[in-house]
Design a protein around this ligand. Structure first.
Ligand code: HEM
Length: 223
């Protein structure tokens, strides 16, 4: 891509769309992996172990996991920086007549901005909770994610934080996936409608899938 392409709004929206799709692919896999919690502690903990030995014997222990982490961090940074730059550009492009009357960003834009900020904060919290154990309630045990997840969802605030974040995620994906389809060039009206349906289904499936874990612990289905 040339420099002008990077600097253009379309270039930045393309970066947002591609980085968003990378994170979405991760989330589909993560949500499916989380559902293994309904099949007991052995299966769930074995899955966490398999994530670390992925690619062996070609790769060393945890290398594949670290490659995934680097790609995800790059996607998060690219997504956030482009979003910030696009919103700065929006403000600068405002005609002067708005000086007296403060313009309001559209409902979708405001939801995406706040949703993005909530999700960014949530990801930091989530890593400190279930990956490093820094803010984990109770004794965090590396290699025993089943018990760690139960501990988290045995506190009221753990449930509130996760459920609010997952609802924000659902709304973000619903609008974001559709926007990505627009940017990457959908074309016809029929395809446009199809992408809207896919966006709604993806958002719903991910929301229900992720929320099922705290709900499972709260109702005692997972214990
Ligand atoms: C109720 C929903 C969720 C549960 C139960 C859950 C569970 C977990 C667990 C147990 C881990 C640690 C895995 C391990 O160390 O083996 C983890 C890591 C992670 N989760 Fe989630 N998660 C949930 C939702 C989410 C959401 C909504 C996002 C993103 C928006 C997310 C992003 C991540 C990331 C980035 C990691 C770090 C992977 C790493 O570097 O080790 N999770 N999750």
């Amino acid at each position: 891509m040339t420099r002008t392409m990077w600097d253009s709004s379309v270039g930045k929206k393309t970066v947002m769309a591609v980085s968003g799709l990378i994170m979405l692919a991760y989330l589909v896999v993560h949500m499916l992996g989380n559902l293994k919690i309904f099949f007991g502690s052995d299966e769930f903990n074995e899955y966490a172990h398999a994530l670390r030995t992925l690619g062996e014997p070609f790769l060393h222990y945890e290398w594949a996991l670290w490659i995934i982490r680097v790609v995800l961090v790059a996607a998060v940074v690219a997504h956030a920086v482009s979003a910030y730059q696009l919103s700065r550009r929006d403000i600068k492009a405002r005609p002067t007549k708005y000086v007296h009357k403060k313009p309001r960003a559209s409902y979708a834009t405001r939801t995406m901005r706040w949703g993005g900020i909530i999700l960014g904060l949530f990801i930091v919290w989530h890593i400190l909770d279930l990956t490093t154990g820094t803010v984990h309630p109770g004794g965090f045990e590396a290699g025993h994610p089943y018990q760690n997840v139960i501990d988290t969802f045995s506190t009221w605030y753990g449930n509130v934080v996760y459920i609010v974040a997952v609802l924000a995620l659902g709304l973000h994906i619903r609008h974001g996936f559709w926007s990505a389809a627009q940017t990457l060039g959908v074309g016809s009206r029929t395809r446009d409608r199809a992408f809207k349906t896919i966006a709604n289904v993806l958002a719903l499936v991910l929301t229900v899938g992720f929320v099922s874990v705290p709900v499972g612990v709260m109702t005692g289905v997972v214990s």
